[in-house]
Design a protein around this ligand. Structure first.
Ligand SMILES: Cc1cc2nc3c(=O)[nH]c(=O)nc-3n(C[C@H](O)[C@H](O)[C@H](O)COP(=O)(O)O)c2cc1C
Length: 156
């Protein structure tokens, strides 16, 4: 993938998705971008779970603290934890704020046992003009770099 500019954008609340993003960075040499929100999510698990449910139900897109110009990137790895069966709301903001038409999105997610569920199909719904490749799904941060590399080779 070295001939093309690769971006690895991800959101991570508790570090698992960040770990996978860093492995992708190691394999591809792409540019890492951590999606951050202005507000801090509560550290208490019950509180964040409840808040995230509310945000999903009310279609809230939390304001982001940082921005990146994605126009120079053809391929964007996009990582998220699974929140309530889909991508985390900060990723919804990221997808809504940027123009993905003509881009290739290679999604990945980490979950706590329920799998990717609607994560990838919801991305397709939100970004109908992007090409969305087969995603990589990891239970928490357990994916090995060799598995990730195999997936990258299969989607590129
Ligand atoms: C708000 C919230 C909602 C979650 N919803 C799900 C879910 O629907 N299915 C699931 O398998 N895990 C769920 N989890 C667990 C996370 O997906 C899992 O711990 C993930 O690896 C966290 O990634 P991170 O460390 O990058 O934030 C949820 C966690 C949080 C905080």
């Amino acid at each position: 993938m070295s001939e093309k500019k690769v971006l690895i954008a991800y959101y991570s609340y508790s570090g698992n998705t960040k770990t996978i993003a860093e492995k992708i960075r190691h394999i591809t040499g792409g540019q890492l971008f951590e999606i951050k929100t202005i507000k801090e999510y509560p550290r208490n698990y019950t509180d964040i779970v409840n808040l995230a449910k509310q945000e999903k139900e009310q279609d809230i897109k939390p304001e982001l603290a940082n921005k990146i110009d994605i126009s120079g990137y053809d391929t964007i790895f996009l990582g998220t934890p699974v929140w309530w069966y889909t991508f985390a709301t900060p990723v919804k903001t990221f997808l809504s704020e940027n123009d993905f038409s003509g881009k290739t999105i290679i999604p990945f997610c980490t979950h706590g046992g329920g799998g990717a569920y609607s994560t990838y199909s919801d991305m397709e719904k939100l970004c109908p003009d992007a090409v969305i490749k087969t995603g990589f799904t990891s239970y928490e941060n357990s994916a090995k770099e060799s598995e990730i590399e195999q997936w990258i080779n299969s989607v590129k």
